[in-house]
Ligand binder design. Sequence first.
Ligand SMILES: [Zn+2]
Length: 294
Amino acid sequence: MSSAPRASSPIVSASPESFDVGGWRITPLVDGRMRLDGGAMWGVVPKPLWEKLTPPDADNSIDIAIRPFLARKGDFVVVVECGLGDRWDEKAKRIYRIATEPSLVASLASVGVAPEDVTHVVASHCHWDHFGAAVARRGTELVPRFPRARYFAPAIEISNALTPDHVRRASYRAEDVEPLIVAGVLTDYEGSVELLPGLHAHVLGGHSDGVAVITLGDEASSDCAIFWSDVVPTTHHVQPAYIMAFDIDVARSFDVRSQWLARAAERGWLGLFYHDAERATARLVRDGKRYTLR
Ligand SMILES: [Zn+2]
């Protein structure tokens, strides 16, 4: 049985707090929420360990935030990751306990940003819970949700969404991507690239073939934020071996997570967490092979 999301949860904030990092003004947003099986979110980590960190309901599901971030600097109004959107049938809503409110558009409106104000959308990968809000329904058509924005997504993620194989089919929808291509607003990226001044994407893979982390600011210093996407989905997943069962290449996940968690801790970067039900941000401290939150 599904139940309504608990209204008291801290992930739905009526007045999100902004902070300044690396020359960007960053604001956590929200695009609904969902619940996923705790075992799937924790892979081989034993339940006695994870149930203390992310307490499950009777159906073993745990609370999953959908938290895009707004990044503003000069004329740039950037949505980092766009959310799961509102095109879900009753079956999907029941299975994933999806709530589509408050929507990304409402969340942006609460900080005075209209869809037509958004100049860029930067996506880490094209899984439906990260890219479903890229387009919106207008009558019988699907159109870019942000009518003036240029969208960026990893090249391999775009091709996976358009022609997924049987292993990947459940994670992508071509209809999230096709309207952007038709409108001519989608730019692909590969490797490590500066997409906008002071905003870099690094395609890592592991969780998906082309999942990226996004950095905002000066990567050489602590004046930098890193959007972890599903490379590190919550603040509880900061140990390199805490890999989700969803990850397509576990060995690669372990490698890139080890490397980037160490880098983030060494340099004192501020982590931005997409799926954490309680915390939007945290810095890491390394203690031998383990990490704690500062
Ligand atoms: Zn995700």
